[in-house]
Ligand binder design. Structure first.
Ligand code: 13P
Length: 284
């Protein structure tokens, strides 16, 4: 199947109370691990690509790898820009073949975020590309996006509802207490914000910072209207742990296939677990 916008599966996810995972692509092994997990679980999936990952892989390689994965798997797969920082980068991705984009205007004042996001929605929808917007600022570090815990601001429900009504984004990321990266303690998720916003907008809510969130919290968030959950760090941790162990045990090993292969397997296992937890298995 060619790459599809998130609207192919997100409305169904919100209506049927499951969530589709956004798993970040960092290299070829991540791409293969994520798509193999999707095939085994018969799950729709979203490849997330941060601007940093795009610089690392190269735009053309990124699109080519995602296209091959989608076409050979037969699954509904979206290739989604994660935290796009400008109209220009969004346009560059759409022209290169992305089927979905996030415009992250969360650091702008509300009016400006609405104005800029609307402009992205107009351009993206004209060519069948889905859009995610963000309100409130999500803490933690993810590539170019770094927000101190103190500066992380929860989304205000009435602003989030207005943001959606005016922009009509296809997926709405709101800051509800999760953060990018692993947590030191347990995240304090503000479920009442998810509940109020989800009941008043058609679009599914997006939960960023999905790594390390307890299973019960994930299930509760989905039951309230979260339809897309982003996971990156847990896959990185699983991959790196295996690679480090192999290299520690075999200091003379030089063939990257001998450690990246097991690293890829470790990512696949995490992604499969998440697909089952999110309820997206057998929804392709
Ligand atoms: P984690 O790295 O915490 O899983 O967050 C991923 C994310 O939200 C990408 O936007």
């Amino acid at each position: 199947m060619p790459l599809v916008p998130m609207t192919e599966f997100l409305p169904k996810a919100k209506a049927n109370k499951f969530a589709v995972g956004q798993f970040n692509m960092n290299n070829l092994e991540f791409t293969q691990a994520i798509i193999e997990a999707g095939i085994e679980e018969k799950s729709p999936l979203i490849f997330g690509v941060s601007e940093g990952a795009m610089r690392y892989m190269g735009l053309e390689y990124t699109v080519a790898m995602a296209k091959v994965a989608a076409e050979t798997s037969g699954l509904p797969v979206a290739l989604h820009l994660d935290h796009g920082s400008s109209f220009e980068v969004v346009m560059k991705c759409i022209q290169a073949g992305f089927s979905s984009v996030m415009f992250d205007g969360s650091h702008y004042p509300l009016e400006e975020n609405i104005r800029l996001t609307k402009k992205v929605v107009e351009a993206a929808h004209a060519v069948g590309v889905s859009v995610e917007g963000e309100l409130g600022t999500i803490g933690g570090v993810e590539d170019d996006v770094s927000v101190d815990e103190e500066d992380a601001a929860l989304a205000k429900p009435e602003e989030a509802i207005r943001f959606w009504e005016e922009t009509k984004v296809d997926a709405l990321a709101i800051a509800v207490g999760t953060a990018h990266g692993m947590y030191k303690g347990e995240p304090k998720i503000r479920f009442e914000i998810i509940d109020e916003v989800a009941r008043n907008v058609d679009a599914p809510i997006v939960l960023h910072g999905g790594s390390g969130v307890p299973d019960e919290s994930i299930k509760k968030a989905i039951s309230l209207g979260v339809g897309k959950i982003n996971v990156n760090t847990e896959n990185q941790v699983a991959c790196t742990r295996v690679v480090r162990q192999i290299l520690d045990e075999k200091p003379d090993l030089v063939d990257p296939r001998k450690y990246m292969g097991p690293g890829r397997e470790a990512i696949k296992e995490v992604v499969k677990e998440k697909m089952r937890l999110f309820g997206s298995s057998n929804q392709a």
